[in-house]
Ligand binder design. Structure first.
Ligand code: FAS
Ligand code: PHB
Length: 392
């Protein structure tokens, strides 16, 4: 089989890239190791920045997001017994975010890809990439009929943190930075109404909690838990009891509990691999970087990488110009590192760290008190949360 761009991974990055390339007339094939149902079964991100919303429209897959997504103009922060609203729209110069689950975004992109008649190989086994240091890269995998090979001009590594693409780069050619946080997030999904019209971030003495949502009848909650915790050790009742202890009276009064549809623990890490380009291989999304989810940046960074990569590959297809190929990595990393910084900072501001000195909590309270009482402080939270402009 031959194609212009072979995309490894059918998560948001791979699917979004496939759509943008197809609309630019660039043929592409996606190779995904899981089944489509498995990909859709993952419960992950919930907040879209304007950049991501615009890209979904550009990909021809934004209609349901506009119909069912929930525009959010602010977030609520709970700390030291108080509730403080950050008016995102006012303090970011008019921008807002959209609550629309990654699962639904992925479903929309899958449907758009199928409607375009593009090929996606699901349940591919033993995927490997070869020849990307030359001009004849290829993706090799196994299906029920044996080994298959896709010859291509470029490989897009959209295969996430545990994927094969970054792992295929010679160790000396890639440098990584990593910070692993000493806690995780226990997430619960339930068909219950949200506790608030907007997201509630709670910096409780018992640990961080987040009240998010997917729709007016479906909520997503998170609790900071020690790394030693296992989701199966948490009954629904235990989750709801602990959540109540971390919220304020207003949220407790509105909390509607119900059976969990999904419960899982996500580890928190900050991770960046540099560069993002290795010859004819380009990394995008979680394959290249990971952020703690506190700032709701993971999915949105994957989207901006893909926007740059789609532009890069279109420029090359148009006139063989390599300038965009050479600039891709630096262009992505400028935005990646600013989002990494915000996610790390926001995580440190709202979480309790095991073994920290008591004075650390006093510093955090003072910082939150300052930020939420200052135009500059509110602006720095708001403009980073809604997403910094591209190439900003
Ligand atoms: P993805 O990991 O989504 O997709 C990569 C795809 O590549 C997967 O389908 C995988 O099966 C496939 N793949 C892997 N290895 C392969 C191989 N060898 N061959 C072929 N295919 C292969 N972000 C937020 O903003 N908010 C959140 O609350 C949030 N929660 C998260 C919870 C968890 C448990 C995780 C892991 C991430 C979370 N994220 C969150 C971040 C998440 O949303 C990512 O940023 C987003 O999925 C990035 O999309 P992709 O880069 O496409 O990577
Ligand atoms: C979510 O809805 O899953 C979500 C929202 C905001 C975050 C992280 C996760 O910061």
């Amino acid at each position: 089989m031959r194609t212009r761009v072979a995309i490894v991974g059918a998560g948001p990055a791979g699917l979004l890239l496939g759509q943008l390339l197809q609309r630019a007339g660039i043929d592409n094939v996606i190779v995904e190791r899981q089944s489509a149902d498995h990909v859709l079964g993952r419960i992950r991100a919930g907040i879209l920045e304007q950049v991501t919303m615009d890209l979904l429209d550009e990909a021809g897959a934004g209609a349901r997001m506009h119909a069912e997504g929930l525009p959010h103009h602010g977030i609520e922060l709970l700390f030291d017994g108080g509730r403080h609203r950050v008016d995102l729209q006012r303090h970011s110069g008019g921008r807002v975010v959209m609550v629309y689950g990654q699962t639904e975004l992925t479903r929309d992109l899958m449907q758009a890809r199928a409607a375009a008649g593009l090929q996606t190989v699901y349940s591919a086994r033993d995927v490997r990439i070869e020849g990307f240091d030359g001009t004849r890269p290829r993706v090799v995998y196994r299906d029920a009929d044996g080994e298959r090979r896709i010859d291509c001009d470029f490989i897009a590594g959209c295969d996430g943190f545990h994927g094969v693409c970054r792992a295929s780069v010679p160790a000396g050619a890639v440098r990584t930075w990593e910070k692993v946080y000493p806690f995780g997030w226990l997430g619960l999904l339930s068909d219950t109404p949200p506790v608030c019209d907007e997201l509630v971030y709670a910096a409780s003495p018992r640990g961080f909690a987040l009240c998010s949502q997917r729709s007016p009848t479906r909520s997503r909650y998170y609790l900071q838990v020690p790394l030693t915790e296992r989701a199966e050790r948490w009954s629904d009742a235990a989750f709801w009891d602990e959540l109540r202890l971390r919220l304020d009276d207003a949220a407790r009064a509105r909390l509607v509990t119900g059976p969990s549809l999904e419960k899982s623990i996500a580890p928190l890490r900050s991770f960046v691999a540099e560069p993002l380009r290795f010859g004819r291989l380009f990394l995008a999304g979680d394959a290249a970087h990971i952020v703690p989810p506190t700032g709701a940046k993971g999915l949105n960074l994957a989207a901006s990488d893909v926007k740059y990569l789609a532009q890069t590959l279109q420029d090359y297809a148009a006139d063989g110009s390599e300038a965009g190929l050479d600039r891709y990595s630096a262009r992505c990393l400028r935005r990646v590192w600013k989002a990494e910084r915000f996610s790390w900072w926001f995580t440190g501001l709202l979480h309790r760290f095991p073994g920290e000195a008591p004075i650390e909590a006093k510093f955090r309270s003072a910082e939150l008190d300052y930020l939420l009482g200052s135009e500059a402080g509110l602006r720095t939270i708001a403009e980073n949360y809604v997403g910094l402009p591209l190439d900003g």
